[in-house]
Design a binder for this molecule. Structure first.
Ligand code: FE
Length: 199
């Protein structure tokens, strides 16, 4: 009979594999980004993600287990699809929006996974694992919020072509709301919250 602990350990192995794949993917996302703030956000999350790998090793240890990954099919699929979209939009003003969307899909999967793992660690009475998983969950949520902010402040506008087509590929994305948004004139598609703003 399989137990909650078995499920927990199987899911930790899944995320251990996912995080190691994300460590390899983030430098590619950073390299592709056409905005310094987005690039910096990806690189900052790379450092955190390396920390997530270490934290998951500590979670395994807290259950007297050796760290071992199990292929995370979801992350494989999300990274593959994201890579295809980014390749398709290379050189387009919508590239940064494509990068953010791909990254947020990965973040949402991680947020769902770590939310469950944190609860299960508490149910299993392992406070060390619970606090490690809570720390990872907090960083995933913060990264998602940063990406949402970057998208709403600048990148979605750029994707509409209002600034697109120029060669200013390394420009810094503004923290300011676009002027038309400040005036309350929102372009189509910005009247509703982005899905990424759910957390
Ligand atoms: Fe992570």
């Amino acid at each position: 009979m399989k137990t909650l602990k078995d499920l927990f350990l199987a899911e930790v192995a899944d995320m251990y594999d996912a995080e190691r794949r994300i460590v390899k993917a983030l430098p590619k996302l950073a390299k592709a980004a056409r905005c310094e703030k987005l690039k910096a956000a990806f690189l900052a999350h790379l450092k955190e993600t390396e920390g997530h790998v270490t934290k998951l090793e500590q979670v395994f240890k807290s259950f007297n287990q050796v760290a071992k990954g199990k292929k995370c099919k979801t992350t494989v699929a999300l990274l593959e699809e994201g890579g295809d979209t980014v390749a398709e939009f290379k050189g387009s003003p919508a590239l940064n929006a494509a990068l953010i969307s791909a990254a947020q899909k990965v973040e949402h999967h991680e947020i769902a996974s770590y939310g469950a793992l944190h609860e299960w660690a508490e149910l299993l009475g392992n406070s060390e694992a619970a606090s490690l998983l809570e720390a990872i969950l907090g960083e995933e949520k913060a990264t998602n919020a940063t990406l949402t902010k970057l998208a709403l402040n600048n990148i979605d506008k750029e994707a509409l072509g209002e600034r697109g087509g120029n060669k200013d590929s390394e420009k810094e994305c503004s923290d300011q709301q676009p002027a038309n948004v400040r005036r309350g004139i929102r372009p189509a598609g910005m009247n509703r919250k982005r899905a990424g703003a759910l957390v």
